[in-house]
Design a protein around this ligand. Structure first.
Ligand code: SF4
Length: 520
């Protein structure tokens, strides 16, 4: 019985930007009695069904975007006589669909880290259960990824997770509902050991693949203090201190490392945290800006963000502290107007954002938005017999780009406006201007290549309705990715060791910033 782990994708680029972490974590969760798992990442190349033999186990991880391809892979694998097991956010939300559409034998809901061994054991005796509840594994039980199984020369950035869960509750996001609102932080030593493992192999760019790297904003601490909630205050202080402990250890690693994470905008009010990030080599962060207007932020339950000039100031604060921002904006919010597109692009440029993404509002299963939309008559419209409320089951060429009706703009207006914003933000002169955020010519070239690659992979393949344009973009992305990879990799450091917990590192771990708590 061989174990295959497959990351499904309709498009393969030969080279990928970020290592799909879950593949290598589940490989670590596979007991050695079953041999070394076969890892297939279809963003590199398509899966070959001939590699599957009767009695094998095929684990397929799906999110809503790749569920349909995942189901096709599952059916092919089952036809070869394998046991087919699904996991991932989409399988957690729709276990029955995996059985009906994807020929599943079993579905794992929640985290697979601990339950995977039981799934394999049941498959080996021919008695897999229909559904396994993996639950939410505590941070100290997260498994390290098997980076020894990485194929050589295929990925540009490594990925390490430091925390799961997010205390916020944005209406378009399913993370807080699936991963929970309680931050589950991983043991610092385990994180550092994985980073060292990746740097040994020559990865100097590493994504900290967290739901929210900044789980305790100062405002939450201040609120706990105001309410005299001593227990909550202690809990929040301890979570925050662990972040500082982690950053102090990361600061001890080689200077050429570059980390990139995901964070809420409130971190701009926390200079100690931003400075600790810079010392820890965290040079960039995806910040969910979402909307540039107060009405837009209210619509997505994100009024802890700022709008207008205050937003520009907050975003510039990140840059001043040496943390570059990848700004994420959503178009198609009910409050958007035709001039929202140009206003957003102008603000992104004015705020000094290094890279931006402009995504279309999509009702993702598991979100508040999806729950509301499912009750709206617009979700019952069918395409080829499939209701829009199950849009991920519609073949991608026939799938609309916009699902929810907008009060003042047509779907096409929103799609064209969004595409035009990508085009403007990623014009060569503007990219070159933004590339001054890095120093050397080599770094500026890498910045330009990454910007172009990002746009080809994301905007042109995800947003256009023209399949010829998708094919052209995928081809261009393939070529760009090959060049870009060389610029991102560094000389391996096979002798690198995990640094000791030195007193110097401990002194970097800052105590809680007390000012917001002492005023009341
Ligand atoms: S969008 Fe970000 S901040 Fe909002 S709930 Fe999701 S992970 Fe948390």
């Amino acid at each position: 019985m061989r174990v295959h782990l497959i990351n499904p994708s309709d498009l393969s680029f030969g080279t990928a930007v970020v290592t799909p972490r879950w593949l290598f974590v589940l490989a670590a969760a596979t007991p050695s009695a079953y041999g070394t798992p076969v890892i297939v990442d279809e963003t590199l190349e398509p899966f070959d069904p001939q590699t599957i033999e009767a009695g094998d186990v095929v684990g397929i991880g799906i999110h809503t975007g790749n569920a349909l391809r995942g189901y096709a892979v599952g059916k092919l694998a089952r036809a070869r006589g394998a046991h087919v097991v699904y996991g991932g956010i989409h399988a957690t939300l729709f276990p029955d669909e995996c059985h009906e559409r994807g020929a599943a034998h079993a579905v794992v809901r929640g985290d697979g880290d601990l339950v995977w061994a039981s799934v394999l054991s049941d498959c080996s005796t021919g008695e897999p259960r229909r559904v396994y509840e993996g639950g939410r594994v505590e941070g100290d039980a997260f498994l390290p990824a098997r980076w020894d199984l990485l194929p050589a020369g295929r990925y540009m950035w490594g990925s390490v997770q430091t925390v799961r869960g997010c205390p916020k509750h944005c209406s378009f996001c399913s993370v807080w509902r699936t991963d929970g609102q309680k931050p589950r932080q991983r043991n610092v030593d385990a994180v550092v050991a994985e980073v060292v493992e990746l740097r040994k192999q020559g990865f100097r760019f590493i994504v900290l693949a967290d739901d929210n790297f900044y789980p305790v904003p100062l405002a939450d601490l201040a609120m706990a203090a105001r309410k005299s909630d001593a227990r909550q205050l202690e809990n929040l202080k301890s979570i925050r201190q662990e972040r500082f402990d982690l950053m102090a250890r990361l600061a001890q690693l080689p200077d050429d490392l570059v980390f990139y994470t995901q964070i809420t905008m409130e971190a701009a009010e926390d200079p100690e945290f931003l400075d600790a990030m810079r010392r820890a080599h965290i040079r960039g962060a995806l910040v969910g800006v979402e909307s540039v207007t107060p009405e837009g932020l209210k619509a997505v339950f994100k009024d802890f963000n700022d709008a207008g000039d205050a937003l520009v100031t907050r975003l510039q604060t990140f840059k001043r502290h040496g943390v570059h921002v990848l700004g994420s904006f959503i178009f198609g919010l009910p409050t958007d107007k035709p001039d929202t597109f140009s206003a957003t692009a102008a603000l992104a440029q004015r705020a000094g954002i290094s890279i931006a993404q402009f995504v279309l509002l999509q009702p993702l299963p598991g979100t508040v938005d999806f729950g509301k939309w499912e009750k709206d008559p617009s979700s019952a419209i069918t395409v080829g017999g499939t209701p829009l409320s199950r849009y991920w089951l519609i073949p991608s060429n026939d799938r609309p780009k916009i699902y929810m009706p907008h009060p003042v703009m047509s779907s096409e207006e929103i799609r064209v406006g969004t595409q035009a914003t990508w085009d403007e933000f990623y014009s060569l002169p503007l990219i070159w201007q933004r590339s001054s955020c890095v120093q050397s010519i080599k770094a500026r070239v890498a910045f330009v290549l990454l910007s172009k690659l990002y746009r080809q992979m994301y905007a042109n393949t995800g947003m256009t309705t023209d399949s010829a344009r998708v094919a052209r973009s995928a081809k261009r992305a393939r070529i760009l990715a090959r060049f870009a990879r060389r610029l991102f990799m560094a000389k391996p450091m096979p002798d690198l060791r995990v640094p000791d917990r030195s007193p110097a590192a401990a002194s970097i771990a800052l105590p809680l910033a007390v000012s917001p708590l002492s005023t009341d």
